[in-house]
Structures are given as C-alpha cells and as structure tokens.
Design a protein. Structure first.
Length: 311
C-alpha cells in the first residue's frame, strides 16, 4: 500500500492507494499555509498519521506527495510556491521520511496526475500520454513509457502557459495569450458575463442570481438545460482548446490525450468535435486518430497521482 498526499493552499488530503490504483481511507485536514514551515508540515504529518491510525494493518511501502510548485522532483525540495508561502526551499521529502521512516517522493499535481492516468487510468495501455487538467488554471503532464518527462530542471510540461495569441490578454504568469488566460474556468465565466451584459438572455443568470456572481458552474448548469448562450460560451472554449492541442500534437504526437480537472467533465461533450477539428490545427493529418478521453480520477487526481510516484 502507498499513502498518497495532495497538498493545496487550504487543505491536505490523503488516502491509502493499492498497487492497482484503488483508493480507500480518505482523510482531509486544514493546511496552514501562512505560518512557519513547521506549522505547515504539521498539517501534512496530521493527515498521514490519520491514515496510519485508520488502517494500522496496512503495510505502507511508500509515501507520495503532490505539492504546489515550483519544486525539485529529484530532491523533493519545495522551492517557493506562491500559494504556500510557509515553505521556501523546504525539504518536504526528507522531512516526511524522517517523520515516518518510509521512502517519499514529491512532484507537482499535473505531472503526478498524468502519471496516475498513464498507469491506472484512462491512459493505461498507451505508451505516450499527454495529460491536461482544466480548472481554475490549466496544467499539464507529459508521460513517456510510464515515466514523467521533467525537462532539464524539472520545469517541463507547463502546458497552460503555451501562448496561442500573442496579442491576447495578459496571463498571471506575465505572458500574453496563454491558453490558461483564455480557456480556464474564470475565463469561461468572464465570457458568459460579457454576453449577458450585452443583452443575451440565458438561464445562466437565473442560476447565478446576478451578473457579478456568474461562475463556470452556472454556465455548466445552464448548458445541461439546453441553454444556447451557455453552449456558445463552451463552444468558444472548445475552439481555443483545440487550437492549443493542435500545437501539442504537432510537438509531441502523443498516443492519447487525457483531460482531467474540475471543468473536464463539462467540456467532454465537445471532445468528439474537438478531435475532428484538430485536423484544421495540425500539420499532422492523422491527429484525429489520437483518442481524446476523460480522466479516470476526478477529485482524487492529486491523491492517485501522488501515490503513482511510488509505484
């Protein structure tokens, strides 16, 4: 058994994961990210300790941890994540090994979730996997032959910051026209608000209550009710993602594209059309043969991904 740990800015989730990727004994504790390093690490120890207490009979052979980056996956040192200001050059892997006496691996969530999908999930059976996560941001993971591709310094697979419009809006990373700045969850909500402000009639507003409160989930609710404006907003998002994936295919030509994250299920209705339209955005005229599939692990992607690091 492996303990998988998913660290975020406000929580630490952990669970036991089997060699087949099955998850059990889940727990969740608050993460104190604004204190000192020891206080932040105490939350990690509490979550892992709860798993040991809940399953004392489990033979734990490894602990895998997903942490916000930037980090060094070789040393397990968390460098300077913006949403975890408590940790600066913090040796997370070494401290966890010292506390529990078990080998520990650390990586970021996109890489790890991609590895879990390649080993146990929707990418199982494929040699080369490109994983995309759609949510508040857009992340990615590249897995070749069941191994994460980290690049020279560990900074590879920042797929959400591939520019598709150099005149586009400025991304939080500082670049212009990143796919994250155009097609992530907040941008879906922004486009919906713009259409409503221009006078479009839509069920989106009924779900949100007011224009200022429109969120991606409200667009999704209206879309499932057959709302035309919601479909238009999501269709525009699908187009932007297709342009982006065309670049990915011409660069990597993966065997499969796996899509996870909080917005993935909502966008899955457009996958078939996106696959067909890839031919218009690729030099590769066999791009439509690459499966575009929904990830196996939804909210548990971080836990499964963390555990996969110790497979």
């Amino acid at each position: 058994m492996i303990v998988g740990v998913d660290i975020g800015g406000t929580k630490v989730a952990a669970a036991l994961v089997t060699a087949e990727g099955e998850i059990s004994h889940k727990t969740r504790v608050p993460m104190v990210s604004t204190g000192d390093a020891a206080t932040g690490f105490a939350a990690v120890k509490e979550a892992i300790g709860a798993i040991y207490a809940a399953a004392p009979e489990a033979a734990v052979t490894g602990i895998g941890i997903c942490s916000p980056g930037p980090l060094d996956p070789e040393t397990g040192v968390v460098l300077n994540p913006p949403n975890l200001p408590c940790w600066r050059n913090f040796p997370l892997a070494a401290e966890t090994e010292r506390a529990f006496g078990v080998a520990t691996r650390v990586d970021n969530d996109g890489n790890a979730a991609g590895l879990a999908e390649a080993i146990w999930g929707a990418g199982a059976g494929y040699r080369n996997v490109f994983y995309a996560t759609l949510g508040t941001g857009i992340g990615a993971g590249i897995v070749f032959d069941r191994k994460i591709y980290h690049g020279r310094t560990g900074g590879a697979a920042e797929g959400g910051h591939v520019t598709i419009d150099y005149r586009g809006p400025r991304c939080a990373c500082g670049k212009r026209g990143c796919i994250e700045a155009l097609a992530a969850g907040p941008q879906i909500a922004r486009r919906a608000r713009e259409k409503l402000a221009a006078g479009a009639e839509s069920r989106i507003l009924a779900h949100a209550g007011s224009l200022e409160e429109v969120r991606t989930e409200h667009v999704g609710e209206a879309f499932r009710e057959g709302d035309a404006v919601a479909r238009e907003v999501l269709g525009e998002t699908a187009f932007l993602l297709t342009v982006w994936l065309g670049n990915i295919v011409d660069l990597l030509e993966p065997d499969v594209i796996v899509v996870g994250g909080g917005v993935a299920e909502l966008m899955s209705s457009f996958f078939a059309g996106m696959s067909a339209d890839l031919l218009h955005w690729c030099l590769n005229q066999r791009a439509d043969e690459i499966p575009l599939v929904l990830a196996r692990y939804g909210a548990d992607a971080g836990i499964a991904g963390a555990a996969s690091l110790c497979r």
